[in-house]
Design a protein around this ligand. Sequence first.
Ligand code: ARG
Ligand code: ASP
Length: 721
Amino acid sequence: MKKYILLLIISISFVAKGFAEEGMWLPQLLQTLNEKQMKKMGMKISAADIYSISKGSLKDAIVSFGGFCTAEVISDQGLLLTNHHCGFDAIQNHSSLQNNYIRDGFWAYNKGQELTNAGLFATFIIRIDDVTATVLNGVTNNLTEKERQSAIDKNIATLRGNVKKESYQDVLIRPFFEANKYYLFVTETYRDVRLVGAPPSSIGNYGKDTDNWMWPRHTGDFSMFRIYAGKDNKPAPYSADNVPYKPKRALNISLDGVKEGDFTMVFGFPGRTNEYLHSSAIEQTVKISDPAKIGIRTKALGILDGFMRKDEGIKIQYAAKYASISNAWKKWQGEVLGLTKTNAVAKRKEYESNFEKIVLSKPEYNMAYIELLKNLKQAYTDIEPYGYARDYYNEIVPKVELWGIAGDMNSLVTAYAKDETAYTKRKTEVLTKLEESFKEYNAGVDQKLFDALMEMYIADQKAEFISPAFNTMFAEKGKSITALSEAVYSQTSFSSLDKIKKLLAGSTAEVIAAIKADIAGQLYTDIFKTYVSNVSPKLNALQSDINRLQRIYMQAQMDVFSTKAFYPDANSTLRVTYGNVKTYQPRDGVKYDLQTYMEGVMEKYVPGDYEFDLPKKMIDLYNKKDFGRWGVNGRQPVCFIAANHTTGGNSGSPALNADGNLVGLNFDRVWEGTMSDINYDPSICRNIMVDIRYVMFIVDKFAEAKNLIAEMKFVSKTGKK
Ligand code: ARG
Ligand code: ASP
């Protein structure tokens, strides 16, 4: 009996409280919701040290980097630290055959050498306010979704006009908890962000796709930038006269490293999670959506790999595309594995039946929530075929680049329908864009992708979702996809930049006629039209209904499990996640350690390899054990893991220790735990960080950028110098 009661208590507290490590918390609510637990887990600083609007706090050192990653200020001269893969676009843009910064790395040894990056920005969060009451003013349950949204839009517009802020600041208002809550962010965006340093890809992306999403890891995934400001330290557009930004706060760098059980927290801008889904949505992810997307990408990657292995030029052209297709492909496989292994669907069903029991037991919930789960289940059943069609369209159409080019060319016809000026403007835009994209295009590769993917498009989908024009041509070609693609690629003018230029050189009337007559243009138009008329309307209507139900369900969960602290799903806003440095067991009989060292870098080293080559200087430093102040007992730490709940967008986020000092740089998660976006499980979810001492070793010993080391502030509790 005692045992039974104990079990009951454990299972109730499990359901009601979630896991200590789970959650992407709002920094302004830490004091109320998390501080006590964070301290219990080892944190030495206070919630106000992390987020405060009245005094400088750690949040003043954190920026959204270009809107897709996180970076942190690590010197009083605006030096920024982020990942190599976050800075990669900038690194690539400055690279040429003469200055191959991708291959060789780049280091500015004085500020004059730092490189400007058009379009790149860094956004600080100045203040976060709860504006729910204002935004939802007058919004009642009787409104239709459309009425509700227009009431909200109106309220937001009024609110925007009334916000107290400086002229150089911006305002952002975002929904949280499935739009049950709204928060307002006052932000400052700096748009002069210069490249300061990046290691060679052989360090910054060591292990490439093979090691991506994997532990043990040995990647030095970092790069450095600097924020420049006007003379008044305020945001200013790029100018040679701008000066290094003086931050309100810069992070101190800890020399102490981490050990098992240490408290860590990750502070950054996680992109998107779905932690409160109905079990049938998880089931669909595992059984239908992920497998469909994985299947398509497996085909695409197989084709690309075949070409890239044989042809050095194609390898360079398609490297970035391959990496990006492969990134999500690998993540989804980990997600299916993790969701299956941790019985996520069964567990969610159990959670739902607990929910239902409580609802049934309380008359005040009865009316509002009794049908909710049933309706959600039905809605997910209804959306399934449309979701599948969406996945197919989104995964296939953009990968056949001919369709994208056809879309660009067709946009000239649309522009022409408006007027001649619109046409001329659009023509320049399209040409500029295509000049760029054709650098990374090979018609032979594209045609093979077409064969493999369009075959799936036609074979795996319901008839109503397949373009009639494509289907007719397929039948005409004796149901041979290769015969079809032969015809398309030999007849179209869109698969070669030369042909496109020749076509565009004609008179406006000739150009428009030629585009309208092009076989690829015609097929793409029909593929697009079929999707827009047979999938989108139903999909959007069903999705809007799901959003409504999920919104009610979110509120219901918070009502029903009223003692549980809830965190909102990630939405690219500033969050804090925390946990302890921890090993994990990926499968039976295997236990993964928490720290890697340079020995492991050397164990993986394959001279001349595409993924595991190393610069000679790294090997020399290793052989001489020349680690300087960054090594411990003759060994150089490289990466470590902890149970911090992170997702895409957290890349580049600082990992801070109990005292709020920088110990690591977040860049990935372990494969077995990528399902943390849907179902966080503390047994196998770990985030991966570069040890800050490895970053410093590379800056100091490998790059010999003493100028950068001199800017930073190092701290140690053990008297390490
Ligand atoms: N998996 C990490 C993140 O999503 C790192 C990706 C970059 N590295 C790579 N080898 N593609 O997004
Ligand atoms: N690598 C991811 C990023 O780029 C981080 C993650 O998904 O864990 O943001």
